[in-house]
Design a protein around this ligand. Structure first.
Ligand code: CTP
Ligand code: CA
Length: 218
């Protein structure tokens, strides 16, 4: 018997996904980073590709396999991630899942800093905000989705972030428990229409549900 064709509702669409942390060098052997396994972002990229989208995944340093059907661009720093996002435009949808380091060392040392009598002081510079920049850009994707990892007041912080960033949805997760690096996630979808709380589920199930929601919204 012939199999029914797999529905590909996102065929012809280009979706940009960022995932993982960024690493900001202090010297050749040390860096500043956020805790992020990249699992949720990679699962989202794979779920969008499974629905037929052309997916560009801009990935920070993680040890994950590239999901089937996904074009991957590896980057290290926030500024490299911003440049790779810019180079991947235009996109119909962008889902920015990456845990971008908010600050970088202003002047990374060219050689390993040696331990000595004085403890070094690190001067930081703020990194570009990729999501806010995309929201303001003349190549803004028509559906722009940010993530928010919060440890308290999850929904209030996420609502404020939606307004501040100028994106269409914020997917908020409570990372006060074991979410970071774990297999399960519990998220709230915050839009101009309100808040929807999803049951805790494996990250790939959250990814499939989000991909379907994106497909319905286009
Ligand atoms: N983000 C980004 N570029 C940055 C920082 C964040 O694109 N330099 C994106 C993240 O990928 C995420 C969203 O913005 O989609 C929210 O990130 P978050 O760190 O929660 O927001 P911040 O504005 O940096 O606020 P906070 O002070 O809570 O870190
Ligand atoms: Ca941040």
């Amino acid at each position: 018997a012939a199999l029914a064709p797999v529905p590909r509702p996102l065929a012809g669409r280009h979706v940009l996904v960022t995932a993982g942390p960024t690493h900001e060098p202090i010297d050749p052997v040390r860096y500043i980073a956020n805790r992020s396994s990249g699992k949720q972002g990679f699962a989202i990229a794979g779920a969008l590709a499974a629905l037929g989208a052309r997916v560009t995944l801009v990935a920070g340093p993680v040890t994950l396999a590239t999901p089937a059907g996904v074009d991957r661009v590896d980057v290290e720093t926030a500024r490299e991630m911003a440049a790779a996002v810019d180079a991947a435009l235009p996109a119909d949808v962008a889902v920015l899942v990456a845990a971008v380091a908010d600050w970088r060392a202003e002047a990374p040392a060219g050689q390993k800093i040696k331990k000595g009598a004085d403890t070094p002081t690190l001067t930081l510079a703020e990194n570009p905000d990729i999501l806010a920049g995309l929201a303001r850009s003349d190549r803004r994707p028509s559906l722009l989705i940010g993530f928010a990892a919060e440890t308290e007041h999850v929904i209030d912080h996420a609502r404020a972030k939606l307004a501040r960033k100028g994106c269409d949805w914020i997917v908020a997760n409570d990372v006060s428990g074991n979410v970071m690096g774990g297999a399960l996630n519990r998220v709230h979808i915050i839009t101009a229409d309100g808040v929807e709380t999803w049951d805790e589920a494996p990250k790939d199930a959250v990814a499939r549900k989000l991909a379907e929601r994106i497909s319905d919204a286009l």
